[in-house]
Design a protein around this ligand. Structure first.
Ligand SMILES: Cc1cc2nc3c(=O)[nH]c(=O)nc-3n(C[C@H](O)[C@H](O)[C@H](O)COP(=O)(O)OP(=O)(O)OC[C@H]3O[C@@H](n4cnc5c(N)ncnc54)[C@H](O)[C@@H]3O)c2cc1C
Length: 405
């Protein structure tokens, strides 16, 4: 009875993108989402130009989003700004789109395309040997030749598939709140790179002000696990310290609701197997350079469905290879970089260089804005490739001397 072509566990951006592509191709697809319709997600709500390009590939308009034209970076007293450049790869604008509305828009687009979506429905894979043959949810079993794991930061479903975070790799933690501000309609994201914890230790991460255009700003802070004293880091205190810095320049009101924190997974020991693949956060696709995961979720979700449509039998292997070709080298560089900036001295020196001149700041801004990867031509791309090679050589040393150990 419960036979489908494709099953998707998780109805965030990654799962919705996979389902939209599948339903539009006439595939009988069911998405299981454990939250209700209109659930919220702890996030900064920032879409880079690359994420906007992914939305365009899905043929979805951003009318409900607040348009963003660039990025402002603050380190100590230095302030640098970048307008998103026009490039052949990405549009010249990003967006802020509060996740409750953004995710609802995406999942409604999947439903409109013909996908069945079961809300309030927690699903787990059903295995025959090492093959995923379907999912169980709410006491029912559903069968399909292919299942996409899009369940976000790794939990019970990932554990069953051995798709957990690599304990030797870094990850992030971040917290966010909303607050009223007269500057809500500004068109620049703001990132403060010179965060310090309550003991004065520099934090590898950043504080953000992402204006949402609806009377509020998304305010948050994030930190990488490579930081000295990470296990004792109190995110609520860090957020309050950051809020105290930005309260006056932003004429900030009180938090509208209680600040909420969540994980940013940056690795997965496995992202495919017989009958299944993982996409988005479930595959550890968060950029360690800026904490961005929405774009990677949209892109990997689309790619997984494309491989399923091309050939369900070979889809796990082809997806794994293609998604690896697209993301692995860049994300590996990012993880190595996060070990580097976990050292307080290196972070302080690095920051001075990163924002020291407009030329270096432009490269930093391009990295923070995800405008650059190892394939990008020009100065920023060259720096990425050099950094990639240098960090590869330094990697064993950086891991041995990691600040947390
Ligand atoms: C504080 C913070 C700030 C961030 N800021 C940004 C930002 O500004 N820009 C950006 O690009 N990224 C940001 N990220 C990262 C971004 O939020 C994630 O990368 C993104 O949500 C990944 O999308 P996803 O679809 O893979 O997972 P999710 O959005 O987490 O969706 C997964 C869904 O699966 C559901 N689910 C889980 N388990 C099950 C199950 N067993 N059965 C059924 N359903 C299940 C969950 O309810 C959830 O709806 C931030 C993250 C944090 C924590």
């Amino acid at each position: 009875m419960n036979q489908r072509d494709l099953l998707v566990i998780g109805g965030g951006p990654a799962g919705a993108a996979a389902a939209i592509r599948a339903a539009r191709a006439g595939v009988r697809v069911t998405v299981f989402e454990k939250g209700p319709h209109g659930r919220d997600k702890v996030c900064g709500d920032g879409l880079t130009p690359r994420a906007v390009a992914a939305m365009q590939q899905l043929d979805l308009a951003l009318d409900d989003a607040h348009r963003i034209d660039g990025l402002r970076m603050i380190a100590g007293k230095k302030v640098r700004e970048l307008a998103w450049p026009t490039s052949p790869r990405f549009p010249n604008h990003g967006a802020v789109w509060p996740r409750r509305r953004f995710d609802t828009f995406l999942i409604d687009a999947a439903i409109a395309a013909g996908a069945e979506v079961r809300f309030d429905s927690e699903a787990l894979p059903v295995m025959e040997g090492d093959r995923v043959v379907g999912v169980s949810a709410g006491g029912e079993t559903f069968s399909a030749p292919f299942t996409i794991l899009a369940a976000g930061a790794q939990g019970a479903a990932a554990k069953m598939l051995g798709a957990e975070r690599d304990p030797d790799e870094p990850f992030g933690l971040a917290i966010r709140a909303y607050a009223a501000t007269p500057r809500h309609a500004e068109r620049h994201l703001e990132a403060c790179l010179s965060l310090r914890d309550e003991h004065g230790t520099p934090v590898p991460g950043y504080g953000w002000m992402f204006p949402a255009g609806d009377g509020t700003v998304n305010i948050g802070v994030g930190a990488l696990s490579t930081m000295q004293g990470f296990k004792k880091l109190n995110l609520n205190t860090l957020l309050d310290q950051y809020t105290a810095i930005v309260r006056e320049p932003w004429s900030l009101g009180e938090y509208i609701d209680k600040p909420r924190a969540w994980r940013l997974p940056m690795s997965s020991v496995r992202r495919h197997g017989p009958g299944w693949v993982a996409v988005g956060d479930a595959a550890g696709f968060v950029n360690p350079m800026n904490g961005e995961g929405i774009d990677y979720g949209l892109e990997s979700g689309m790619l997984a469905t494309e491989q399923f449509l091309a050939n369900p039998a070979t889809a796990p292997e082809t997806y794994d290879r293609l998604v690896g070709e697209r993301f692995d080298a860049f994300l590996r560089t990012g993880r190595r970089f996060s070990f580097l900036i976990g050292h307080p001295l290196l972070l302080r020196t690095g920051l001075r260089i990163a924002v020291g001149t407009q030329a270096t700041a432009d490269i930093t801004l391009a990295v923070m804005g995800n405008l650059v990867d190892n394939e990008t031509p020009g100065a920023a791309g060259r720096v990425m490739r050099i950094a990639d090679r240098a960090l590869a050589i330094a990697d064993p040393l950086l891991r041995r001397t990691r600040a947390t150990s």
